[in-house]
Structure formats: C-alpha cells, structure tokens
Design a protein around this ligand. Sequence first.
Ligand SMILES: [Zn+2]
Length: 200
Amino acid sequence: MQRSYDTSLEDPASRRRRRIPATLDPGRTLLVSCFDAALPLERMGLSARGVSCAQVRSPAHLVAPWSDKIASENAPLLLSLSMRETHDVVICGHVQCAALEVLLDEERDRGAFGLMAQVPAARATMDLVRRNYGGLDRESLREVMAQENVLTQLDHLLTYPPLSRGDGPRVHAWLYDERDASLWGYSFEESQFAHQISLR
Ligand SMILES: [Zn+2]
C-alpha cells in the first residue's frame, strides 16, 4: 500500500521512528482501534490464552491531539497509558469501516456526518483526503481513507507526553483489511504500509 502524497505534519518522521517488533506482549500492549472493527486479536498476537490486550475503542479510532488545556478530550487515552505498564501501543484501522463510510459519503447519514465533521481529529483526515485524492474511484478511496486515518491519528497519538519521550512505549501503526483478512504494518523507514501478513 503506497501513499500517493507525503501529507505528514511538520516533523512526524522523527517521532514515527519505532519498528514493528517480532512479537508483542498482550499484557503490556494498548490497542487503539475502531468501535466496529472485528479484529482477530489472537491471530494478530494481541490476545493470549483468551485474554486480550487493553483497548481504547471509538468510531474511526479518533485521537484528539494532546493539549493540557483540553483534559476532557485527552483523559481516556492518557489514563489508559499511565495506569498500566505499557510497552507497546498499536493504533489499528480497518478498511470496511462504518465511521469512515460516513466521512466518505456526506449524504449517507447526515446526522452522523454532522457530528463527525465537528470533531477536529475526524476533520483532519477528511480534509486531507478531499484535498489530495479527488480523482479516485470509490473502492480506492475507501482504502486510502483508512490508511490516511491511521496515519493522521498516529500523528495525534505521538503528541501525548508518554509517547513523545524517547524512552516511552513503542508505537505501531497497522491496518486490517477485512476483504482478504490481511494485516498491514506501517514502515516508518519506507513511509508506507509495507509489511503484509495474512491472517486467514
Ligand atoms: Zn470502523
């Protein structure tokens, strides 16, 4: 999965610096994912002996950029990071997503679209995709939206103090594609979703 544009924020490359390790410890991992993502956690290495990793779920796994002035928006994620020993944070999007469909089609559910459009973290992805990918067909747009949303929310995630420090948990960006049960890992070196694993 190649990104067509480098749409990064001012200097995320230096913050998106960590590699995907061979294995994660589910007991020390926090998963940030979407409310409707049917993720095969066991096969993803995020569940062991029937016990899943800690999870923060929301529509389109939106992450409010860090601000110590807006504690109410940042508190759930910050508390999740600080109340439990965390070695790895995985932000994982998915392709067949009800929340992203709302962003792709304003007419589909105007009420939900109106709500999401008021959330700055959702607007960031929507504006970026509209600006850069106007000519794509619907299926390609769906895939691009899912990729760009992972990377946009990743940039927001990396503004949180526990993750912006050099000695904090490792951060991983993944995308699950339900169409063929494949899991893509983002390569920080190659700036694309380069590592594919089949989870069939
Ligand atoms: Zn979803």
